[in-house]
Design a protein. Structure first.
Length: 255
């Protein structure tokens, strides 16, 4: 996840014309290079003005993909549904759990038999909420092929959610370098097609927000060395959640 910095008076109205993640990326790059920027026509998402001239910047996000018998897709599509599943349980059942306590769930994503599992898990949570002593030890349950662990967390804070979860994707690969290569190939190929009409007007850069937290710039550089398809980007930049900017391709004068 990224942390949006406080915008100055110049960048605040500009950021409003982009999505939050796009505004974060271009603001981070401008700060790193002591440059200014303005929104683009989509594509490009923005223009960056440097001492040496203006470049077009197309922005995208690197998010882990998963592959199973249904094909390859961003992991985010699975995890968003699982997060919605947990939020719905929290909304429905939070009144049953005393203040200062949270029921922590460990889930696999995506949820199998989504509706049936939600109903049956809600019933199980109601049972445990009526007798919190039943959660002195973690409870491991199976519902419709979903392995679920239920734990009671005492933190004393009334602002915390009453039902929370961590989840792991069933189809995610443990091969981080392969994952990074697949992510880069998808984003570079997609953005190359989208920006095909831009070269010749001004140099075009690709800026990528790193939402795959297991991977760093060095891993992405190694992954990029596997990429054989042609692209027309003069530079490819990686922006991390802390706002740091790294060059994956092209002249390296970023931090």
């Amino acid at each position: 996840m990224y942390h949006n910095p406080t915008a100055d008076s110049m960048s605040a109205p500009l950021t409003a014309q982009l999505r939050d993640d796009e505004g974060f990326v271009i603001t981070s790059i401008a700060r790193s290079l002591s440059a200014t920027w303005r929104p683009g026509e989509n594509p490009p998402d923005a223009y960056l003005t440097l001492d040496t001239g203006t470049v077009a910047v197309e922005i995208s996000t690197l998010t882990q993909h998963v592959t199973d018998d249904e094909g390859t897709r961003p992991r985010l599509s699975d995890d968003t549904a699982t997060a919605n599943f947990v939020n719905a349980l929290n909304d429905e059942l939070s009144h049953l759990i005393p203040d200062g306590y949270t029921l922590g769930l460990v889930l696999s994503s995506p949820i199998l038999e989504y509706r049936k599992t939600k109903t049956q898990l809600a019933r199980a949570i109601c049972h445990h909420a009526a007798d919190l002593q039943s959660l002195r030890n973690d409870q491991n349950i199976q519902i419709n092929g979903n392995a679920i662990t239920v734990s009671l967390i005492h933190h004393g804070d009334t602002q915390y959610k009453k039902v929370s979860a961590v989840f792991m994707n069933r189809s995610s690969s443990a091969d981080i370098l392969s994952n990074a290569a697949n992510i880069l190939e998808d984003r570079i190929a997609t953005k190359t097609r989208k920006c095909a009409h831009l070269p010749g007007r001004s140099p075009v850069w690709l800026a990528l927000l790193n939402d795959y937290w297991l991977t760093d710039a060095a891993t992405y550089r190694a992954a990029l060395s596997r990429f054989t398809s042609q692209h027309s980007f003069h530079r490819i930049l990686l922006v991390n959640g802390d706002g740091s900017v790294h060059t994956l391709y092209g002249e390296d004068n970023c931090s």
